[in-house]
Ligand binder design. Structure first.
Ligand code: PLP
Length: 378
């Protein structure tokens, strides 16, 4: 059966990107590889919209999150974390693991934080040194107003660290303009690559703190990585094939134009939201939705786990379910990376068929019609 992947990571990989990974392995201490690595690291700056150094190494997203905590936090520092879903919670678990003094702002899943809440806490606890955020909380589809929060945190001199794993390369992100200290990305999201590569951009101010901290680190030592980067190389054996593939995927993004890539995601998100509502379904995220996925409430009359199973097993269309307490309650359609207008027609038509299979009284084609209307109009 032909398979179609619509998850907010991993994402579909264009054939040209996959093929790059099949070339004979280059030795990583060769001038040929150094040239590719240099180009990739320079292009990554453009994608993060930064002049800061961007490190690129083998890991998934969680590994790069851990590496940031290990490198940036000194012992027993005060951190503030916004938790509105599974990935905000990951920052909490990580910071607790490495003995930070954690203050959590809990947001109802599906809602976004009001930046004033952060200001209130920073006012009360002036010793908070780091603020950890999730740009797009992938478990709910909510987008956080990083720009506004950063305007607040800079008055308190705290570092601002952003998990932008699902948004980099897909949705507006301005590392320097927004004065972000640390921003992270991963290969299997907007970069349209297989899982296995992580990127982290580090401001000069964050670099100074990283050099000064006293927490043990070895493989994920940014101090060593930054030294190697100056010599156009990596500390240990890099994922040479993935880095070749990344070069190709950046080429694809540049060919479209980064801002156009953002606009495409906006259109895809709009069409998806409109289509599910045309089918009588309710959006889970009511405001401040991201453009990289759409979270939808499962109607009470049907089984949400079954819906996803039918889409996958009968139609070959893979979407994501809800996580933690939202399991069975929502489904999430990823429209992230290598996705075009017509891919949205596929996922919505499979959704229509699965809803009918489950006995829901919908008009088949009404979602797809709405998709076509949106794409014709915008
Ligand atoms: C995918 C994702 C991660 C990383 O998860 P891994 O499975 O380790 O790659 C982290 N944060 C967000 C917001 C994500 O979407």
């Amino acid at each position: 059966m032909k398979k179609y992947l619509y998850t907010p990571g991993p994402t579909q990989v264009p054939l040209e990107v996959a093929i790059e990974g099949l070339y004979p392995i280059m030795h990583h201490r060769s001038s040929g590889f150094s040239k590719i690595f240099d180009e990739v690291c320079a292009d990554l700056k453009d994608i993060f919209k930064t002049k800061a150094d961007v490190l690129c190494f083998s890991s998934t997203g969680t590994g790069v999150m851990e590496s940031v905590v290990v490198n940036l936090l000194a012992k027993n520092e005060e951190v503030l974390i916004v938790r509105g879903g599974k990935f905000g919670n990951r920052w909490v678990e990580l910071c607790e693991t490495f003995d930070a003094n954690v203050t959590v702002i809990d947001i109802e899943w599906g809602k976004s934080i009001n930046p004033d809440q952060i200001e209130k806490i920073l006012n009360k606890k002036s010793n908070i040194k780091h603020v950890f955020l999730t740009h797009c909380e992938t478990s709910t589809g909510v987008l956080t107003d990083i720009k506004r929060i950063s305007e607040i945190t800079r008055n308190y001199n705290s570092f601002i660290i952003v998990d932008a794993i699902t948004t980099i390369g897909a949705q507006a992100f301005y590392m320097d303009e927004w004065k972000i200290d640390v921003a992270i990305a991963a290969s299997h999201k907007g970069f349209m690559l297989p899982p296995g590569l992580a990127c982290v951009a580090i401001s000069e101010r964050a670099k100074r703190q990283i050099m000064a901290t006293n927490i043990p680190r070895y493989y994920f030592d940014f101090r060593k990585m930054l030294e190697s980067l100056k010599k156009s190389t990596t500390t240990y054996t890099p994922a040479v094939s993935l880095i070749r593939s990344l070069k190709k995927s950046i080429e694809i993004i540049k060919e479209e134009g980064l801002e156009n890539t953002w606009l495409r995601h906006e259109r895809l998100a709009m069409a998806t939201r409109e289509a599910v509502q045309a089918l009588g379904l309710e959006l889970f995220t009511k405001e401040n939705w991201s453009n990289v996925l759409t979270a939808v409430k499962v109607p009470e009359t049907i089984n949400g786990i079954k819906l996803i199973e039918i889409m996958k097993n009968k139609y070959g269309v893979i979407i994501a379910g809800g996580q933690a307490h939202l399991k069975g309650k929502i489904f999430r359609i990823g429209h992230l990376g290598f996705i075009s207008d017509f891919d949205i027609i596929i996922v919505i038509s499979a959704l229509e068929r699965a809803l009918v299979d489950l006995g829901m009284n919908i008009k088949i084609g009404s979602g797809v019609t709405r998709v076509q209307e949106v794409f014709t109009d915008y």
